[in-house]
Design a protein around this ligand. Structure first.
Ligand code: SF4
Length: 308
């Protein structure tokens, strides 16, 4: 069965992060062209309880007690976590039962709902994304559920900033030729300043996404964009924190079933030579899984295509 608690896995932004995935694979309010998890199969804004609350809490208890190093418990995965009606209750359970900080990676589309804003109030860090502020560009890059409107989403983000006392890191992902034109950029900068995040994180597609013909921005182009903001900005770089002994075969499976990963990345995480990782991947492949390899900028990225 798909495991709702995974990792700890390396996160480019949060160090070693224990992941909590509250929605079934690719249940999301958006279908972003760059999504590392592939096309959205359930495009929805209907909130539900997808998995039994007790099952999630038991898995969390078990994982927390067995893992000595976790930098964050992070609500993320392969869909939109705020679609879960249980997210608030689970955040509150973690805050009452552990000292590990809680982060929520969200596409921010449901923050226009007071109950969703309320659910996230006890998180330590909320990381919403906002890639476009004009309806046509929002449609192009994020391909939203038909009832979503970008103005409402922006209002929700501004209201959330007023109500929430924790940190907000706003992620903006750029795709060349879509949301990097000077007009849109000017509007994004103005809206981001209204949202007042603690930090803006600029990103571009560094891993294979849903659509293969998208083009990334160079570091120089991201730096030029960064200079336009007056709030603190960071360009997200690749993960480089070393860890050892945290990754068993199952964790590698868990990681590459959520997003494509290069051999170097897996090697640096496990402190194992690339050749050993390759052996593990072959072993995983010969057992139950079909592995997909994408080549981006001459680098191979591995992901799990399906269970055989
Ligand atoms: S990138 Fe995030 S918000 Fe966009 S489709 Fe994928 S899971 Fe949904």
């Amino acid at each position: 069965m798909y495991n709702q608690i995974f990792g700890p896995v390396p996160s480019r932004r949060l160090g070693l992060s224990l992941g909590v995935d509250l929605v079934p694979f690719k249940t999301c309010s958006l279908n972003c062209i760059y999504c590392e998890c592939g096309a959205t199969t359930d495009l929805t804004i209907e909130r539900k309880c997808f998995f039994p609350y007790e099952q999630i809490i038991n898995c969390l208890k078990n994982k927390i007690s067995k893992t000595d190093k976790i930098d964050f418990i992070t609500f993320s995965g392969s869909g939109e976590p705020t679609l879960s009606l249980d997210i608030g209750k689970i955040i509150n359970w973690i805050k009452s039962n552990s000292k590990i900080p809680v982060a929520v990676l969200t596409n921010g589309t449901l923050l226009y709902l007071p109950e969703v804003r309320n659910d996230l109030l006890n998180a330590d860090l909320v990381m919403p994304s906002l890639d476009a502020v004009s309806n046509n560009i929002f449609s192009q890059i994020n391909r939203p559920e038909k009832n979503l409107q970008i103005n409402k989403i922006i209002d929700g983000l501004i209201k959330f900033r007023d109500e929430y006392k924790g940190k907000i890191y706003l992620e903006i992902l750029f795709v060349k030729g879509i949301n990097d034109d000077p007009d849109e950029l000017k509007k994004i900068v103005a809206i981001a300043e209204k949202i007042k995040p603690n930090l803006i994180q600029l990103n571009t597609c560094v891993r294979p996404g849903t659509e293969s013909d998208i083009t990334i921005l160079s570091k120089q182009e991201l730096e030029n964009i960064a200079s336009k903001f007056s709030v603190p900005v960071e360009i997200i770089s690749t993960f480089n924190k070393k860890s050892s002994n945290l990754f068993a075969n199952d964790d590698i499976i868990s990681l590459i079933s959520r997003r494509p990963c290069s051999l170097d990345e897996l090697s640096s995480l496990t402190s194992q030579p690339v050749v050993e990782i390759l052996k593990k991947i072959e072993n995983i492949q010969s057992n139950d899984y079909k592995i997909k390899i994408d080549i981006i900028n001459n680098k191979k990225f591995y992901s799990i295509l399906n269970v055989k």
